[in-house]
Design a protein around this ligand. Sequence first.
Ligand SMILES: Nc1ncnc2c1ncn2[C@@H]1O[C@H](COP(=O)(O)OP(=O)(O)OP(=O)(O)O)[C@@H](O)[C@H]1O
Ligand SMILES: O=C(O)c1ccc[n+]([C@@H]2O[C@H](COP(=O)([O-])O)[C@@H](O)[C@H]2O)c1
Length: 199
Amino acid sequence: MQNGLPYAPRGRVVGLLGGSFDPPHSGHVHITLEAMKRFGLDEVWWLVSPGNPLKDRGPAALGRRMAAARALVDHPRIKISDFESHAGTRYTAETIMALQALNPETRFVWLMGADNLAQFHRWKDWREIMARVPVGVLARPGDRMAGRTGKAAQVMRPARLHPRASRLLGRSEAPAWCFVNLPMTDASSTEIRAKGRWS
Ligand SMILES: Nc1ncnc2c1ncn2[C@@H]1O[C@H](COP(=O)(O)OP(=O)(O)OP(=O)(O)O)[C@@H](O)[C@H]1O
Ligand SMILES: O=C(O)c1ccc[n+]([C@@H]2O[C@H](COP(=O)([O-])O)[C@@H](O)[C@H]2O)c1
């Protein structure tokens, strides 16, 4: 691992799960395994963020969140990375651009839960993200409809892949996105923090 970046052999399809992971939990593991299966991914990299640019509250120290993620995940195809803190990027569009420049032979797919799709149109340069990488969206309790009826989903409707074709997402040319339903878990970092299990 160099610059916080896992090694990706040529031609691999790598899913990127960006997150605060404050703390990481079973829901992250669940959607990662589902995304690998459903979107035809070879690997998934967790990009542990220095801090979500839309959240006021700063997360726990990056080192602590990285250590917790490494303790939670023991899977040969899931890598934990603090690339954004090395690259000095905070916005996803910039992170993806930097990753693509460093790994021109790798196909990246951006992954997110349905709650993030609902506010995706507020992300910096979200159209640029859609133009650069396919996006895989995973159902989350309470957010399935909000995501699918949100502004980004409406605007990008022509680029939506039918869920039955989800395995093609990893090899699709952007713009392409796919929303998949899955057995859902209501695990959330907010709830873990509220219960005082991460203070
Ligand atoms: N239970 C879950 N089901 C589906 N997607 C999830 C789930 N938990 C997290 N995600 C997704 O994983 C990514 C990273 O999530 P994040 O680290 O913010 O965890 P979180 O539980 O949503 O945290 P918080 O409650 O602090 O917002 C986001 O795209 C989020 O939508
Ligand atoms: O680029 C943006 O404008 C942007 C706005 C909000 C969230 N993100 C990214 O979305 C990912 C999920 O964030 P979070 O806090 O919900 O785990 C994480 O990688 C953030 O950096 C990115």
